[in-house]
Design a protein around this ligand. Structure first.
Ligand SMILES: NC(=O)c1ccc[n+]([C@@H]2O[C@H](COP(=O)([O-])OP(=O)(O)OC[C@H]3O[C@@H](n4cnc5c(N)ncnc54)[C@H](OP(=O)(O)O)[C@@H]3O)[C@@H](O)[C@H]2O)c1
Length: 341
């Protein structure tokens, strides 16, 4: 028998109907044995170090997706963890991993197919919740595999200062594109222009008319839209797309908290302008993860690419940090530190 310790957890109280509030979650302390239970093959027991707050988690809090969270149970998400015990031949005590884990201090992971071993520990471990993890792969797959961008094309990114958007902008610049981003505060607009190297940026919350704003930044139209928000912004973008434009549909965060999603009323633009609008899901692209690391790790080390994180301290702060995504309180990738080692 391993040592039994307390295990703080973040519990979903009940399914969420519209947007998520802190009171939809609670903290509970249970106990866990620091040893894989007898007969539990191919499992890993981990200590969670960093947890990732991601917009899709709201969808899992609703009774919408096949893999909805279960009320009265700990929620789960991407994180960085240290292996304490393993009954799987590929993992041993002390290994560092990133992937799906529980929102708790320790997790017994029975299905380790969603885990990646961390080999490069020269960079901050928290990066494996962001630039070196799922959001980084999303930006890479969305921009390089879905957008088919060429030098000289015009690119628009919404939610541009976030976990995914800040990278898409930098990838677009390194490809030789003209890139404009939108975000929800002056601080974020300054980051886009001065830190991430976007050619221009605007605060969408200060714009009365998205159509007019996009015309100002793209007088000759948009070749590529990296879609993170949906709703009225998508409609305005479709009006401003160029012939043979591409829309990479990554996410629609403005719709996740609505009981009834908004409609898009100008899809005829797809025909008139021969636009290719393609949704994508990052998990279809994980076979490219080694290739992605080969590209991005040297660029981080040579400071050719930069990444901004918003760090919340302690598992207790996790519900508040997650809720903050939906009002734009996070500046950069929202990470929760559970333990540093
Ligand atoms: N397809 C995939 O496989 C995949 C994978 C990962 C992420 N995604 C999607 O990618 C998008 C960005 O994710 P992320 O992790 O990078 O999140 P993030 O940008 O780091 O955080 C979310 C941001 O969205 C903005 N936002 C919130 N509510 C909004 C609204 N009503 N209208 C416009 N903007 C709003 C806020 O920034 P502002 O201050 O700018 O409003 C907020 O900071 C999300 O839609 C997510 O679901 C998709």
């Amino acid at each position: 028998m391993g040592e039994e310790v307390k295990n703080k957890q973040v519990i979903l109280n009940d399914y969420v109907k519209a947007s998520v509030k802190e009171s939809d979650m609670s903290l509970r302390t249970s106990t866990i044995q620091l040893r894989i239970p007898a007969g539990c093959d191919d499992a890993v027991l981990v200590k969670n170090l960093y947890l990732s707050c991601d917009p899709y988690m709201l969808l899992r809090m609703k009774k919408l997706e096949v893999d909805s969270f279960q009320p009265n149970s700990p929620i789960s998400g991407f994180g960085v963890s240290k292996v304490i015990d393993s009954s799987h031949p590929n993992y041993t005590k002390g290994d560092l991993v990133w992937g799906i884990t529980g929102w708790e201090e320790y997790s017994l992971i029975r299905d380790q197919s969603g885990l990646f071993k961390i080999h490069d520990t020269d960079l901050p471990l928290s990066y494996y919740t962001g630039i070196l993890g799922m959001p980084g792969m999303t930006a890479y797959a969305g921009f390089f595999e879905v957008c088919s961008a060429k030098k000289g094309e015009t690119v628009y990114v919404s939610a541009a200062s976030g976990a995914v958007g800040q990278l898409v902008g930098q990838f677009a610049k390194s490809t030789g594109c003209y890139v404009v981003g939108s975000a929800g505060s002056k601080e974020k607009v300054d980051l886009l222009k001065n830190k991430f190297g976007f050619d221009d940026a605007f605060n969408y919350k200060e714009e009365q008319d998205y159509n007019a704003a996009l015309k100002r930044y793209f007088p000759d139209g948009i070749d590529i839209y990296f879609e993170n928000v949906g709703g009225k912004m998508l409609e305005a973008v479709l009006n401003n797309m160029r012939l043979h434009g591409r829309v990479a549909v990554c996410g629609m965060i403005s719709q996740y908290g609505l009981e009834q999603p908004e409609g898009v009323h100008n899809l005829f633009n797809l025909i008139a302008k021969r636009i290719r609008m393609q949704g994508f899901a990052v998990h279809d692209y994980y076979h490219l993860y080694p290739k992605f690391l080969e590209m991005v790790v040297p660029q981080i080390k040579e400071r050719k690419i930069t990444y901004v994180e918003d760090i919340a301290e302690g598992l207790e702060s996790a519900p508040n940090a997650l809720v903050g995504l939906f009002s734009g309180r996070n500046v950069g990738k929202q990470v929760v530190v559970v333990a540093r080692e």
